[in-house]
Design a protein around this ligand. Structure first.
Ligand code: NOJ
Length: 475
């Protein structure tokens, strides 16, 4: 195994960037401090504490609002090039719109960004990681198209305030999950309107993305010279059997989940995937509706979306078996897709019911993206493993990273997929949304019984720090 070719296969290109990620609501705490407004997660979890497994919420979380300097030192110890974190919209704009600009919120992020940069780390900022200001939810949230304009105003304020130091922007983290907040799928704002609300939300999010991208392009790019991208969740779909129906269903699943958001931006022809438009329109007609439940873009909107991203961010964790069947509530995206998901009992599990360890699915989904969208620049914005006890001696996490990173290297070296960066999820254990603090993804353990929220390095942090330092997977 020590031949030069074997070594090359385990080595990342010198320009390849490593990073580590968090998101505001999952780590910051200080939910109403210094003028921060309420967001949809604050609202939901205060009103319905039973929404999370352990009745937990993000009021204090990892207290990163007060401990960000310590966090930056943890990031630094990982030898990574960038730190991916998100900005809490309602910390800066408590009412969601520009009527109140909270200087203390701007100060917090200025301090965090300065601290990151002073430690030789590049900030990668997610503008929206699921925490809409509640004031905008009162207007319908993402089902209201005007929210795209509020998002544009918010993004402009961020570009203006932080763009001198931030060169990596992500408009949205995982729009599929944002949309599931409108189909009653255990995400805020927990609006139950499957097959309608989720499509409306996705539509507004796409329009908001293209607005922010073009704003940056026309007004900020020349002076700030940064990159603006978007992040998708992308699981791999494996036909459950080799029947033509299941093969077609697996491809449909890819189009209905990843393609839903990637096709309008990264495909040659633009717009939603054809199969999606066709099936939702047919089902809508069958239901007696005058129009498709999937909203339509104007010609101009299609053109504004096409190519509106400098890179494709991918969050990848797991794979699914897919079989052709129409189940689920009527209407719903699941039924529209005609794809039913399951997982193979032989796949090793994790602390999350949905997360099974299928390393080769990673390589396949990367190839699929490469082929579908003509070889875009890809950054892996999340990949990681959960357990339920947050143990320091986290050998399963190490083996997960090892096997997934190995597949990533095959995608780069053998399949020619253009992946330029990789970020682990997550820097530290944090609030895993509706699963509360029970599912732990951190490279550092966080002690929630200690008011200092003590962070302790797990073994995986050393493992990852070595990869980032050497640009090499240990053989
Ligand atoms: C995707 C999300 O972006 C992140 O917030 C979440 O914690 C991880 N996946 C793990 O589920």
């Amino acid at each position: 195994m020590n031949s030069p070719t074997a070594n090359a296969a385990l080595t990342f290109p010198p320009t390849f960037k490593f990073g580590v990620a968090t998101a505001a609501y999952q780590v910051e705490g200080a939910w109403d401090e210094d003028g921060k407004g309420e967001n949809i997660w604050d609202h939901l979890l205060h009103k319905n504490p039973e929404f999370t497994e352990d009745r937990a919420n993000g009021d204090i979380a990892n207290d990163s609002y007060h401990r960000y300097k310590e966090d930056v030192q943890l990031v630094k110890a990982l030898n990574v090039d960038f730190y991916r974190f998100s900005i809490a919209w309602s910390r800066i704009l408590p009412k969601g719109d520009l009527s109140v600009v909270n200087q203390k919120g701007l100060d917090y992020y200025n301090n965090l960004i300065d601290e990151v940069v002073a430690n030789g780390i590049e900030p990668m900022v997610t503008i929206y990681h699921w925490d809409l200001p509640q004031e905008l939810q009162k207007l319908g949230g993402w089902t209201n198209r005007e929210t795209a304009l509020y998002f544009r105003d918010y993004a402009e304020l961020l570009f203006t305030s932080f763009g001198d130091r931030v060169k990596w922007w992500i408009t949205f983290n995982d729009p599929q999950v944002i949309s599931s907040g409108y189909s009653g799928d255990k995400m805020a704002p927990n609006v139950e309107k499957p097959g309608v609300g989720d499509y409306l939300c996705g539509h507004t999010v796409l329009l908001a993305h293209s607005q922010a991208f073009h704003l940056y392009d026309s007004t900020f790019r020349a002076t700030q010279k940064g990159q603006v991208g978007i992040v998708f969740g992308g699981s791999w779909a494996i036909p459950k059997t080799d029947s033509p129906d299941d093969i077609a269903a697996a491809e449909r699943y890819m189009q209905f989940y990843l393609g839903w958001f990637a096709h309008p931006i990264f495909s040659q022809e633009g717009d939603y995937p054809h199969v999606m438009r066709e099936r939702v329109a047919a089902n809508s007609a069958r239901e007696g509706l005058r129009r498709s439940r999937l909203p339509q873009f104007s010609r101009e909107e299609i053109e504004l979306l096409r190519g509106s991203s400098d890179f494709l961010g991918l969050n990848h964790y797991t794979s699914f078996h897919v079989e052709a069947d129409e189940t689920g509530p009527c209407p719903s995206l699941g039924r529209d897709s005609g794809a039913v998901l399951s997982q193979d009992p032989s796949w090793p599990g994790s602390g999350s019911s949905w997360l099974k360890v299928v390393p080769w699915g990673f390589r396949n989904v990367l190839s699929w993206i490469h082929e579908q969208y003509n070889g875009p620049n890809i950054i892996i914005t999340e990949n990681g493993f959960s357990d339920r006890d947050g143990r320091i001696d986290d050998m399963e996490r190490i083996s997960y990273y090892k096997s997934y990173i190995q597949e990533l290297l095959k995608a780069i070296h053998k399949d020619g997929v253009k992946v330029t960066g990789y970020s682990a999820w997550s820097l530290m254990d944090n609030l895993e949304w509706a699963s509360g603090y029970r599912e732990k993804f951190g490279l550092y353990q966080v002690d929630y019984n200690n008011p200092n929220r003590t962070r302790t390095p797990k073994k995986s942090s050393k493992f990852f720090a070595e990869i980032a330092r050497t640009h090499k997977l240990p053989s």
